[in-house]
Design a protein around this ligand. Structure first.
Ligand code: PNS
Length: 170
């Protein structure tokens, strides 16, 4: 039987419990899920693509049939090169839907053979986003219940490095 592969593309800057929730749901549907970390997102990431991949990989130890890699260029090209039949995206709130809908239709126009599958996060993860937890962590808030330890520790280290650099330059 042909393997049913899905790609799960994103910035993952850094990976959160919301991402892992979507990932586990996708793994329950597809034979294999390949996470695609976008190399050069428009926004300046806090972590390099290699660092983002490492953090995700640390979360995959107890998970099977899930891989992680980086990609550059169009998501539909990454999906085709991976042999995927679907692009998985997570939906949290209604406001996510507008841009996701637009992206899904554009991707379908670019490659009609690849469908976008939207999965809903658990209610407890609805408010979690990488940008929000970065802001909260930067300001000293507790994000332990929002992101895996590997992400929380990496954010704390990165923000401490930034503070040290700023202190040295003043
Ligand atoms: O985690 P994000 O930042 O919401 O992920 C956005 C992502 C990576 C899925 C989107 O920006 C994307 O697909 N980028 C790759 C370039 C591309 O294919 N652009 C056209 C999308 S319609």
């Amino acid at each position: 039987m042909t393997e049913r592969i899905a790609v799960y593309p994103g910035s993952f800057d850094p990976v959160t419990f919301g991402h892992l929730d979507i990932l586990d749901r996708a793994a329950a549907i597809f034979d294999r899920v390949v996470i695609g970390v976008l190399e050069n997102p428009g926004k300046t990431p806090l972590f390099t693509a290699a660092e983002r991949v490492e953090m995700i990989r640390a979360c995959l130890e107890s998970r099977e049939r899930i891989e992680v890699t980086t990609f550059d260029g169009l998501t539909v090209d990454f999906a085709a090169a991976t042999g995927a039949i679907a692009i998985v995206r997570g939906l949290r709130v209604i406001s996510d839907f507008e841009s996701e809908f637009q992206m899904a239709l554009m991707n379908r126009r670019l490659n009609p053979a690849v469908n976008t599958v939207f999965l809903m996060t658990s209610f407890s993860n609805v408010f979690i986003s990488s940008s929000l937890i970065k802001e909260v962590c930067h300001l000293g808030g507790n994000v332990n219940e929002m992101a895996p330890p590997v992400s929380v520790e990496a954010m704390r280290r990165r923000f401490a490095e930034q503070r040290e650099r700023e202190a040295r330059s003043t």
